[in-house]
Structure formats: C-alpha cells, structure tokens
Design a protein around this ligand. Sequence first.
Ligand code: TXA
Ligand code: MG
Length: 350
Amino acid sequence: MPKTEIITIHDVNESDADIRRAAACIRGGGLVVFPTETVYGLGADGTSDLAAKKIYAAKGRPSDNPLILHIASPGDAEPYAETCALYDRLAEAFMPGPLTVILPAKPTVPPSTRGGLETVALRCPDHPIAHRLIHYAGCPIAAPSANLSGSPSPTNVAHVIDDMEGRVDIILDGGASEFGLESTIVKVDGADSLTLLRPGKITIEQLRTVCKTVVISDAVAQQLKEGDPVLSPGMKYRHYAPKAPVYLLDGDADAAIRHIGAFEKKNVAVIWYGDELSRFAELLPHCTPYGFGTRGDMLTQAHTLFFLLREADKGNYDAIFAPLPERAGIGLALYNRMIRAAAHRIIRLN
Ligand code: TXA
Ligand code: MG
C-alpha cells in the first residue's frame, strides 16, 4: 500500500511546484486525487492500461465500468475520440465545465480506460488545480469520483481521506467542491441528437439550446429491471448508498413529520429543507435533523447532499429520511442521486 501524501493548495501559483510533482507522479504511473468543480477525482494516466487498472483496484470498481478521460482544453479531444460538429457546439457552450461527452473512441484509449467499450467519455473540468495538473501531466487523466465503489462521491478532503488514504500516492486538497454532484453525461447519437445518461449542473434545458433532440435515458429517473438495456454501465451498480436505509418522502413537512413520528424505530436522521427544519426538531425530539438548503435553493442542496449522506452515515441511524426532489432543472440531478441513495424507496404521503 502506498503512503499517501496530502498537499493543501490555496493558490495554484504558490503551489506550482507541488502540482508539477503530482503531474510527474501521474506520468510515472501513480494515482493522484485532485479537486474538480463537481466532486474529487481519482486520477491516473488515461493512456496507460496499467495505470487505469490501478484505479479500479483502488476503488474496488467493477472492470466493466469505464472511466472519464479529463482533458486540459476541449481541443485536446482529437487524439482520443472521433469528434464532430455537435461536440464542437457543446464544447463552445459548456467547456470547461461540468459536462462529459461520450464519443467513439480512437485506439489511443486503452481498453481498461474504456471499460472495454468502443466509446470514450471526455470532460474538460473547470478548476484551476485540475487544469494545471492535466496540463503538466501532458496526458489525459482518467478519473472516476474518488470514493470507494458504492459510496457517495467525496466533496471535501476529509471524505477523500476516509476512502483513499493508503490507496493512492498523492491527495491534492483544494477545499470543498463547488457544485457537489458529478458532471452531466451525454452520449452523442447523431449530428443533432444526444442521450442524457446522467443529469448534473448542465441541465436538459441548457443542452436543448445547442442540440435539437435530447433524449433522457430511462435509467436517469427509473429503476432498471432485469434485462433492460444499460447505456452507461455505472447506472446498474448500487451507488451513493449509506449503511442505513434511506426513505424519500413525497409530501410536505407536516406529512413528513407525521410519517417519521409513526415510524417504528426512533434512532433516525432527517435531511430536509433548512427553512422547515426547526419544526422537525421541535416535534420529533428523538430525530437528528440535517439541513440541506432551503426549498428551491437547489444549488445549496446539490452542494450539501453527498456531504450529508456521508456525515449521516457516521451516526449509525436505523433510517435516514429525506424529501423527494422536484425533477426540473438541477432538481433532476438531485432526484437521480437521491433515488439511488434510497434504492428507490419512495413513500407517497398526503
Ligand atoms: O464530475 C464527474 O464526472 C467526476 C469528476 C471526477 O470528473 N467523475 C465521475 O466519474 O463522476 P465516475 O467514474 O464516478 O462516473 C462516470 C460515469 C460512470 O457511471 C460510467 O459508467 C460512465 O460515466 N461512463 C464512462 N465512460 C462511459 C462510456 N464510454 N459510455 C457510457 N458511460 C460511460
Ligand atoms: Mg462515481
């Protein structure tokens, strides 16, 4: 097991030498955790089959679940993927930023990076540390989220350390992730058509401004059944799930309070809208409340969700209750992560 070096970076210019050292580690086949604007990534040289294999081992990730190739600028996709005019339009509108685009792969991308698929996922992150690291590495960086397979993605270094200490060479600490949920993933299907595989900060409404047809994959908001086709291998695996069962309550605060009050077990947590939380504390004194942004403030909810799922997990609760989010805009990303954290346990109230 490698000894993990943790480097805190406040300013990329002051820490330039450290970022160069981390980039050299990647070039030498090592593993480096780095911050992005979405969540922390677990990076290795994406052009090396051996280095990419180390990522699967460190995460305990199934080998058929491909990695995202991170590039320093949208133009760097060319050696690795068959790009097209639609890619150029997406890049122009949303890169650098929280968007991942799936395109046909070129043979330069080794099979382990692609999880054996004929396509490759490309993303140009909008974060100064990530940008410099990729630029200095001189190769695209393959990086999944820096969690153990099945856990929520880490959005701060304490949570990275919980999962990755002793499994990677270097962890770059760039503070809390700005957005807090992973990138939007789209697959290019034709000259003017995309399939949304994973919702994120870049919404369908935004995608439709540059692409005529955007189809939402069934796996985004539904539970896949045995034998359903899976466009993105990651969708079929258990994910974001704390140890305690999570229940999503579809109803207002009053109905939620009644439901939790009648629940047979008492050692429970509730993640709820901050502006309504004091009523839970008042009426359900046995229940531990966690605020995750006011109703309607979806940016704060996204920023806080994975942090809270991990923190609530430390409480050894018998159950965790949370609201079922609305599916509009960024809400679709919250909905997608929360139904999976809850293993689709949705309770209709009112
Ligand atoms: O925001 C993000 O995207 C973060 C940061 C680190 O960039 N990365 C991330 O990677 O979330 P990961 O590996 O945790 O999630 C990538 C998802 C997986 O569900 C995987 O199955 C899917 O993307 N994926 C990757 N390549 C694919 C491909 N060629 N076709 C279909 N799905 C693909
Ligand atoms: Mg992940």
